[in-house]
Design a protein around this ligand. Structure first.
Ligand SMILES: Nc1nc2c(ncn2[C@@H]2O[C@H](COP(=O)(O)OP(=O)(O)OP(=O)(O)O)[C@@H](O)[C@H]2O)c(=O)[nH]1
Ligand SMILES: [Mg+2]
Length: 250
């Protein structure tokens, strides 16, 4: 039972958890209550790209019931990158200290949220990481493991980011560091936003913490990841490296 709704609705908590959604109605119906039950000083914002399955409407209903829940409605599917960027720009106007992102589909188990917030006491960024001791993936075949490992290896090689799980969507950022990033120069529109944001963030701090998570495959809804996203990610990594070499948008 969540007593904070009534008691603390007028105070702005220190953190906000941002959940980008596209057709995740069945998931947010379960995820939002699960997040609200956790201990911790945070609000939640669903960033929905006009999902045809009514995710946005359900999020509005949840927001009506729970003052800690907010919704940002965006135009039809503009890509994960644009959604996360739009969400970040929206919440940076508000006095939150920490902005956490997590997927709606329970691949990022809400039980890890307290460890992510706790980690922010000693680090400038926290990653819910599959690639530190204790972390991992459940039921992934060899090909998927190889793809993910290769994506992270190439990112570290090309962009020199001192983190193990660069492509993770489960991250907690400090708002004051995000404010230093020229968000208007971000080139990713899709999933590459994870690597690009981390790269731009790591120019301001190398203190990147990682807490182990076991990443579970979604049980409800369908994946929005596709080959186009993998190609965009590779192209973004190399374009960012070239821009840095030629002194553009440093
Ligand atoms: N707002 C918004 N959210 C998106 C968009 N594309 C994906 N998402 C959300 O981003 C999160 C990650 O997407 P997934 O489809 O789970 O991608 P994935 O985790 O790489 O793929 P799976 O492992 O197959 O689930 C989910 O919460 C999606 O609903 C988009 O264009 N707009
Ligand atoms: Mg997923």
């Amino acid at each position: 039972m969540d007593n904070r709704d009534e008691n603390q609705a007028s105070e702005t908590p220190s953190a906000i958890i941002m959940v980008p959604t596209y057709n995740e109605r069945e998931n947010i119906e379960l995820l939002i209550p699960a997040l609200l039950e956790l201990p911790g000083d945070f609000d939640i914002i669903v960033v929905d790209d006009s999902s045809p399955d009514g995710t946005g409407e359900l999020a509005d209903e949840l927001a009506e019931k729970h003052p800690r829940v907010h919704v940002l409605h965006r135009p039809p599917k503009g890509g994960l990158g644009k959604a996360i960027l739009g969400g970040i720009q929206h919440v940076l106007d508000k006095p939150y200290d920490y902005i956490m992102t997590m997927d709606a589909d329970f691949s990022h188990d809400p039980k890890y949220v307290p460890a992510m917030l706790e980690g922010m006491q000693t680090h400038d960024l926290m990653i819910g990481s599959r690639y530190v001791p204790g972390g991992g993936t459940e039921n992934w075949g060899f090909k998927r493991k190889l793809n993910s490992w290769a994506a992270n290896f190439i990112t570290r090689l090309v962009l020199w980011i001192p983190a193990k799980d660069c492509s993770a969507g489960f991250k907690c950022y400090r708002a004051d560091i995000l404010r230093k990033i020229p968000l208007d120069k971000v080139i990713s529109t899709g999933y590459a936003i994870q690597e690009e944001l981390l790269y731009r963030y790591s120019k301001h701090t190398r203190d990147l913490g990682e807490t182990p998570i076991i990443f579970k495959d979604r049980e409800l809804g369908i994946s929005k990841m596709n080959l186009g996203e993998i190609i965009e990610t590779l192209s973004v990594l190399f374009r960012l490296r070239l821009r840095s070499m030629f002194g553009i948008d440093r």
